[in-house]
Design a protein around this ligand. Sequence first.
Ligand SMILES: [Mg+2]
Length: 253
Amino acid sequence: MKRKIIAFDLDGTLAESKSALTDEMAEILNELLVHFQVCVISGGKFEQFEKQLLSNLKADPIKLEALHLMPTCGTRYYRYEVLDSKWNKVYSEDFSEEDKKEIIEALNDGLDELDMREAKPWGELIEDRGSQVTLSTLGQEAPVAEKEAWDPDNEKKKKLRDYISEKIPKFEVRTGGTTSIDVTKLGIDKAYGMEKLMEILKVTKEEILFFGDRLQEGGNDYPVKAMGIDALEVSEWQHTAIALRAILATISN
Ligand SMILES: [Mg+2]
């Protein structure tokens, strides 16, 4: 079976967590883009892709046409437009105004009913990220020390999450960072993104090869493996580099 797409998780697979791509990986991806369509999928936002992937990816603009970016698990999709020399958002599946209203109401209710509303928060409590609404209980600009002291055993967050989840069962409510609760649509994971990619590029599961660092059950890459796509687990980007060099070597010989 000829592989058409090589797909990657970002953090821990192509780059170290929260860090930019190394020159070595940038060079390998540059070469890979000549032979394959390449997809990068992550739970993070597009800004995360810019920081970790695009800032150090020195590929020729024409090669970038083979690169498919799927932030927030494929609820957003970006392609490079050579004529405009920029990344274009092909689609984003944002909440409707109605959905947002319902979610924001539930988040506010949670704070009030559970008596967790901060009298003097640091900045806005609720952030609308389009396809995700995030509640930061102390405000978005709260100092790290304050955040860490707020709920060291995760009990408050859990209580808040359970309360909100019960109010809006048609959405996914998850605890996020130290003081945050994230609300997304139900059933959004990397398998969702892969389904979208297969639909867009008209390819089958067998034509995709996926690399991720969290492929064990419960990991955020696991849904891709579970849907039947061949998936290779790496524990650091260097492993990905070794495998990709091997793939590229068989092509050029
Ligand atoms: Mg990862």
